[in-house]
Every structure is written in C-alpha cells, then in structure tokens.
Design a protein around this ligand. Structure first.
Ligand SMILES: [Zn+2]
Length: 319
C-alpha cells in the first residue's frame, strides 16, 4: 500500500494534467573531482550518472511529457578542445529520454562555446539565435524559458556591443580586479559578478507580451531561468543582475505561479511578496557518488508538486 505519510503522495490522488522532468547543473567534465571556491565537493564525472538515473526514472514513470535542463550542461574546467564532445555526450543521455528536452544557457555552457553554436546544438525552439522562448504543453499552462545571459560578459564576441555594455556595468558595480569575486559587496549587490547576467531590454518586452497574452488566455505560467530571481531562494551572489526588473514585470500580472532556477547549487524555496513561488533546484554536480538530484513536476489546475529524488526536496506549490 502506498504510504500517505508523505504530503506529496497524499495530495496527488488526482491525475496531473501533465508532468515534466527537471535537472540542474549537470556540469559534466571528464576530469577528476574538485571543489567549488567555497570548498563544496564537485563530482564532474559522476554527474552524468545522475542524469542517466533521471532519464531512466522519467522513462519508467511513463508519463513525463518533456524535461527541462536548467543549464550548465558541462563545466568551465572542461578542456576547450573537448567542449563539443562533452556537450554531445550529455545530449546523448538526454536523447535516451522518451520526450523532448528544453535547454537554457548557464554560465558554464558559455565558458565553453559561443551562444550561436549552443542555440543550434541545444536545439532551442527559436527562429533566430535568441535563446529565450515559450511553449504551451496544454491550453491552461505556458512555460517561459528565459535567457539569463542575454546581457552579460559571457558568450558574445569580444567586440560585441553587449560585451562592452555589460563590462561597463560590472566595472561600475564591482570594484574587484577579479570580477568573479563578490568580496566587499553587501547584500544583494553581491550579484554583480561576472558569472551572472541579466535579461536584456528586448527580452523584457517580449516577456511582458507573453505574460499579457497568457493573462488574456487565462493561462498559468511557469518561468524557468538558470539564474534565481528571489533573494529568499538563493545566495545573493547567485541572483540575476536585474531580477528586480524581471519580477516587476511578473508582478504586473497574476499568471505566473512559479519561477524555477538552477545555478545556486544548494537549492532553495521562497514565496515572494506577490505569492509567486521561487524554487532553486539542487545541483546534479554536487551529488556524492551513488546519490542523485533530479525530479519531476506534476502540474494540476490548482497546484504544482515537485517530486524530488534523494537530494532534491519535494515542494508543494499551491495557487
Ligand atoms: Zn551557473
């Protein structure tokens, strides 16, 4: 008999409208284990086993419509002549999944390959080399995938105007020689580091249009972004540079129910001042051998249930 001690199991008596798989920060590289700058162990080779277990579980489940990969598909330490084959190796694992996978850029993807190359490699459903898009898995729901590095020092050619403008912003906000260091920055100002980025003006206006359209259609919206957008769900140093601008747009409407993110490996969950849930997902990269961090989200008309594996916490989001 199924245990009802777990709230998630008890609440999911009714069938979901659809479910989707989630995994964040695989950061695969064929290199020995290492540590983050804070000393947290990183298992660069094991992370692909976490992905394999995720895909296996999603396939066994039998009713996972698609999966979302929250970025940082390979690690910045991946030798650059191996970047392409490392991305391909991870994509081969995603291809074992019986449904499509939607990808987004993480900083580590952009340390390895230029944006234009990644957009086609990751088969993003966009017409140009834009790396943001939306889709509607059922008439009642819309998924929005943001490009959190649209305005950043990463991925654009060195002589590109965005590189110059983003570098200028960082120079103003971060006095450190090493722009990846938040030393001396206080509170949410710690987000002004080179490994973060922002949603650019065109994308902001696109987001506004999408949310307006979703509101008209009475759709609920789930936003997915590599970078977290609420200080309650993330370390300040992992936040999107202009999370406040994005959230100001989100808060104009009532359609966004949840924002999922990666990047801040330890994970987090908060509910903001407007009742929007923010869930930062635990990283696959930091799972010691034999353990996992992935999950699937069951979508109901009035709630989302994130059903996590051992290191990914279950989360109930009611709306
Ligand atoms: Zn990242």
């Amino acid at each position: 008999m199924m245990s009802v001690a777990n709230g998630v199991a008890a609440a999911s008596a009714k069938e979901p409208m659809f479910s989707f798989g989630v995994i964040a920060d695989v950061q695969y590289a064929d290199i020995p284990d290492g540590r983050s700058f804070l000393g947290v162990p990183r298992y660069y080779r094991h992370s692909i086993s976490v992905l394999q277990r995720a895909v296996n579980r999603w396939n066994k489940h039998g009713n996972i419509k698609f999966s979302i990969n929250f970025g940082d598909i390979i690690d910045g330490y991946c030798p650059k002549d191996k970047s392409l084959s490392a991305v391909q190796k991870v994509l081969d694992e995603f291809n074992v999944f019986d449904g499509p996978t939607y990808h987004m850029f993480g900083n580590h993807c952009l340390y390895n390959l230029p944006r234009s190359k990644l957009v086609s490699l990751l088969k993003m459903p966009t017409h140009s080399d834009r790396a943001y898009y939306d889709f509607s898995p059922c008439p009642e729901f819309r998924i929005v995938v943001l490009d959190a590095y649209d305005f950043s020092c990463l991925g654009w050619p060195h002589d590109h105007p965005v590189t110059a403008a983003a570098t200028k912003l960082l120079d103003e906000k971060n006095p450190n020689t090493d722009k990846n260091s938040p030393d001396g920055l206080v509170g949410v100002d710690r987000r002004f580091v080179k490994f973060n980025g922002a949603v650019g003006e065109e994308q902001l206006s696109w987001l506004n249009d999408v949310l307006q359209d979703a509101s008209t259609l009475h759709q609920n919206v789930i936003i997915c972004s590599h970078l977290p957008m609420d200080p309650g769900a993330s370390s300040p140093a992992a936040l999107m540079w202009n999370y406040d601008e994005v959230m100001a747009i989100v808060h104009r409407y009532n359609c966004v129910k949840a924002c999922f993110a990666g990047h801040d490996h330890k994970g987090g969950h908060s509910v903001d001042s407007h009742g929007v849930h923010h869930r930062t997902l635990e990283a696959a990269l930091e799972c010691p051998p034999g353990t996992s961090a992935f999950g699937h989200v069951e979508v109901y008309p009035d709630r989302l249930l994130l059903v996590g594996s051992d290191r990914m916490a279950n989360t109930e989001i009611h709306f």
